[in-house]
Structures are given as C-alpha cells and as structure tokens.
Design a protein. Structure first.
Length: 580
C-alpha cells in the first residue's frame, strides 16, 4: 500500500487522517507475530507435584495452536535453585528436574513443530545462580583470580572493607552487593548482584563470559528453538569504575527509570554483544530471533537496540505502562512506530507478563491500581473484577489491531485476574522477603492456570496443591467452560486472533482518525479496518461501517448501536481506494 492511498480518507471517514506508519511487507515471521508467553511453573502440572512441567506444556500445546498464536516464549526451565522462579540459573544447558528432562524438552519441541508453533526460550545473561559451578569456583579461588573475574568482585570500602564498594541498590530491595567469606574463613570481597544475592552478575568485560554464552546460544539453536528473549538485556555491561549512582538504581520495570544516565543500564558496549549474537543466529538461517527485555527510555534509544544488525525486536514497556489514557496511548504508539520505522524494525505491543499485575486486574480500578508493579494484597483496595475483565478485553482488542508484533501472557486469553489472597508464607518472589513484606512482589500474576472446571485445582494438576493458591473465580474461568461458551473471553480472543491474521493487521498501516480521537476515545485506521476504543464514561454512537468484532460480546449479539464505556470495535470501512 502506498502512503498516498492511506492518506485518502475513505468516504465513510470524512475527517482528516494522520498517517504514522505505512503497511510493511518486509520478510520475517516475527514482524507481525503473536507470541504467547508460557510461565512453566504455572502452566500445567502433569506429574502432580504442584508445579507446572514441560510434559504439561507439551500436553496443552494443541490449545495454543488452536488459539492461532505464531510462537511460544517459555520463561526459564533450566537447572536452578528457584530462588527467583528460575531466573537464577545454575546450568544453562539442562532442564531443572522440577520441570523434567532434556528429552521432555525435545518432545515439546517436536510437538510444537508438528503444530506449526515456534519456540523461543529465555536467556538470562546478566547473572546466574550462586550455585552455578562458575560462581562456586570463584568463591573457592583467591581475589584477582580468573575464576573471580567471571563475576564482579571488589574489595569493600571502610577501614576493613566492611562497606559495600558503591551505593547501588538491588532491583529486589536492599544493597546490590554481598560480602563473601574467603576460603580461609576471613571476611572477604563483595560481589555485585543487581537482583537477589543468590544471582551474582557476570562480568561482561571478560571474553570468557562472551564465549560461554555463545556456547549456550548454539546449544539451544541446535535443539531447534526459533530464538531467545533476552532477560534484562540493558544491564549486562556496567560503566567503567562502577560510579556511584544517586538515582533510583533498581531499574524497577514497572516505574521506568532514567536508563540513559544509570551506570548499570544501557551502556554502549552492549550493542557489540548483540551484534555478535545476531551473527550466530544468522548462521542458522533468517528465522531465528532475539527479543530484548530492554527497559530503555526514551523510545528512540530503544530503537538503537533493534537496528538491522542487532536484536530483531524489543518489548514495548512504555505501551504496557500507558494505561487507558487516550493521549498517553496515542503518543506512545506514535513515538514507537516513528522511532522503530526509522531503523526498519517492527514494534511490539504488550499488556501483561510475569512481572506485572495482570491487565484484567490493573484495569479493574478507576485510576491507577494500588502499588502497581509491587503486587496487590488483601489489605489493598480491591479491583472490580468484571469491570477489569471487560476493559482488558477492549484493551487487548485495541492492541491486537495495531501493526507489528504482540506478546500475550498465559491466562490473559481467559481474562484471569491476579491472585490477591495469597498468604505471606506462600509468597515466593524474593522482593517480598528482601523488603520485609513492604513490596508484595509478583506472585499474584503467576498463579497456576485453570484448564478444566470439574477437575481438582481447576485442572492445573491432579496431585499436590498448586504452588500458589488459585482465586475462587478461577473455576468459572476455566478454559473448558469458556471454550463451550460463545460469548466467553477465550472465544473473543480466538476470533480476534483469527481476524487479525485474515485482515493482515500485523503487517498493516496506522493512521489516526482525528475526528474519533478525543479526550475519551482513540481510533486508528489499519488498511480498511478502523479500530475505535471508547475510553470515556459515556457511550458513543457507533460510526458507519460494518462491525467486524466488538469487545463486549453481549453487545455483539444484541447488535447495539452504541459503543459502551470501555469497549472497542473493529469496523470495516469500505472504499474503492483502500486496499491492504
Ligand atoms: C527479568 C525477569 C524477572 C526476573 C529478573 C531477574 O526482569 O523478567 O522475572 O526476576 O529479570 O532475572
């Protein structure tokens, strides 16, 4: 589609259009892909130990194929003491017995291939577990040794080295340094951990670290994965000299941070690491991808990460945090597409993941959710579940109309809320312990999924209680119940994903429909599909056009002529000169 044809407003749209992004038919499956995040601990427990496993994922992959997603990204299932739910890896090339074996992985890979689904695995290169053999070797070796140089060890400050080497704070609360006891029993050096003390940071100034991760990449590429989601990709390289940092140093992904100034984030040397990785992926053909979990502001800086010889895509956290404010949403979308178009990269869009309060819960508040990003507990103001779910459907429908790739988080297709009533002793996120319970952490969005209403634990697993308790509403929201109900959240997702593919919305264009962009609504044209969301408190008259889908399934069936508050519609706008 040429830019000019987009600018010719279809007859049904009398007012002006502002073109932001032209249709994109560049090759690359990921450019418009819908990628579904599986959190293995909480997906499906086949062996009955209360924690999900790879065999459980394999068993339910047909359900994801039926949902019509393109790929599945798996959070870590590697060997790990599970101090940070698997993001503390002790062996990058093996499966933790909690989840199964390498043969289970191969069976899962084979089933995914059979179903036409790609698998993307999580790579955690900033830090490992303190149980990793390399860190154990570093502890046993003297200061200044090559073993210690795999990590960031420094002498402490103060008369006897009793103070941490600098003032950096851990993402999970408390200092980012822990002092070790030397092999001779004396108090010794300190090591850096931007996250939990059980997660020592690697020293990316050391070539041996580069070589080790290149080996890990090849190990999983050889096993057939389509790529890697790179954990805290912005943090690997630290500024020379580890200068003090007066700002918020924990890089809390829910609040954003001034990444361009922080000495532990966004350092220029990172780009060469990702260029080297891209060359390795290219040896395996054009279809293997790298996706950065890079919480870098502002958007033009993020675009530097997805230049043609670096990563293929990056998560769009500004979009996740834009809430339901039409002006903020519009500016994030415009800025994302403009910045990424400048480097020829597609945008991605996301509303939920395993680190944030689910969007069905966030949107269940009028105003911001309490302690967004830090978890919601029984003592906090409670969300309106129904309101949250219907707004979540509308927000997802708006997102899935946008051109580019989209990431879904397991359970959002069921409209699941966060688990709120989690007893303190069940909470496992290290944030909870490291802040003395002040921040509840991320367990609420990690509650095990409901599959079959009539089975124990709503079909998550037939054995032990799930590792986190499921809210009472999970039974009614179980997948089998929803599959049987035409007006369910699940069936809306199925229809959205089917239509998105049919209409090629992921490869499409974006022009704001100015007359429909107000203080309380937001609308764009993608090809000949208009996407309109009512973000205000009052209903809107439905504009002319053929209704393709609306997020309120009851309205769909009643053929209501108004778009209610918190509802999205996809409309086909017929013209002779719109084509896609
Ligand atoms: C990323 C992960 C998060 C993990 C952290 C440390 O932000 O998404 O779950 O705790 O990195 O690895």
């Amino acid at each position: 589609m040429s830019v000019d044809s987009v600018l010719t407003a279809p007859a049904a749209l009398a007012g002006p259009l502002t073109l932001v992004h032209a249709a994109d038919d560049a090759p690359g499956w990921w450019r418009s892909a819908v990628i579904y995040q599986v959190y293995p601990r909480s997906f499906r427990d086949l062996n009955g130990d209360g924690v999900g496993d790879l065999a459980g994922i394999t068993a339910e992959l047909p359900q994801l194929a039926e949902l019509d997603v393109d790929a599945v990204w798996l959070s870590p299932f590697y060997r790990s003491p599970q101090r940070d739910a698997g993001y503390d890896v002790s062996d990058y090339c093996d499966v933790d017995p909690l989840f199964g074996t390498l043969s289970d992985f191969d069976a899962m890979m084979a089933e995914a291939t059979r179903l036409g689904l790609r698998l993307i695995v999580d790579l955690v290169p900033n830090h490992c577990s303190d149980q990793h053999t390399a860190f154990q070797a570093a502890l046993a070796a003297p200061a200044g040794s090559p073993e210690r140089d795999m990590f960031i060890f420094r002498d402490g400050r103060g008369d006897s080295g009793e103070l941490p080497p600098n003032n950096w704070q851990s993402h999970f609360g408390g200092p980012a340094w822990t002092r070790i006891t030397e092999p001779d029993g004396t108090p010794g050096q300190w090591y850096l951990h931007l996250f939990d003390s059980s997660q020592p940071d690697f020293n990316w100034d050391n070539d041996a670290v580069h070589a080790e991760f290149e080996r890990v990449l090849r190990f999983w590429l050889d096993r057939g994965v389509s790529g890697f989601r790179v954990d805290v990709a912005h943090a690997l390289v630290k500024a020379p000299g580890l200068p003090e940092w007066g700002g918020r140093a924990d890089g809390n992904s829910s609040h954003g941070f001034p990444g361009h100034e922080a000495p532990m984030f966004g350092q220029p040397a990172l780009h060469d690491i990702y260029r080297a990785w891209r060359r390795i992926l290219a040896e395996y053909g054009p279809d293997r991808i790298l996706c950065a979990e890079a919480n870098v502001d502002p958007l033009p800086r993020l675009a530097d990460w997805v230049r043609p010889d670096e990563m293929h895509q990056a998560f769009n956290f500004p979009y996740l945090h834009a809430g339901l404010d039409p002006h903020r949403m519009r500016s994030v979308i415009t800025d994302s597409l403009t910045a990424l178009d400048a480097v020829g990269a597609p945008s991605t869009w996301v509303l939920s993941n395993h680190d944030v309060v689910r969007h069905a819960t966030r949107f269940g508040y009028n105003g911001p959710a309490p302690r967004d990003g830090d978890g919601i507990g029984p003592a906090d103001a409670q969300p309106d579940e129904e309101l949250g779910r219907s707004r979540a459907a509308a927000a997802s429908m708006f997102m899935l109309g946008l051109p580019g790739g989209a990431y879904l988080y397991q359970g959002e297709e069921l409209g699941l809320p966060d688990g709120i009533d989690i007893p303190d002793h069940k909470r496992q996120d290290p944030t909870f312990g490291r802040t003395g319970g002040e921040r509840l952490g991320r367990d609420g969005c990690r509650v095990p999924l409901p599959w079959r209403a009539a089975e124990p634990h709503a079909g998550f697993g037939a054995g032990a209680d799930p590792w986190l308790p499921q809210p009472a509403s999970f039974t009614a929201l179980a997948r089998d119940t929803q599959a049987a109900s035409p007006s369910s959240h699940l069936n809306l997702y199925r229809r959205m994903l089917e239509l998105r593919r049919e209409l090629r919305l992921g490869q499409g264009s974006l022009a704001w429909i100015e007359d429909w962009c107000t203080d309380s609504s937001l609308a764009f044209l993608n090809g000949s599909t208009a996407v309109l969301m009512n973000l205000g408190g009052d209903p809107l008259e439905l504009p002319a056009g053929q209704v393709l889908l609306r997020s309120s399934t009851s309205a769909q069936h009643d053929g209501a002529h108004q778009l209610s508050s918190g509802e999205t519609v996809w409309l086909e706008i017929y013209t002779e000169d719109t084509e896609n």
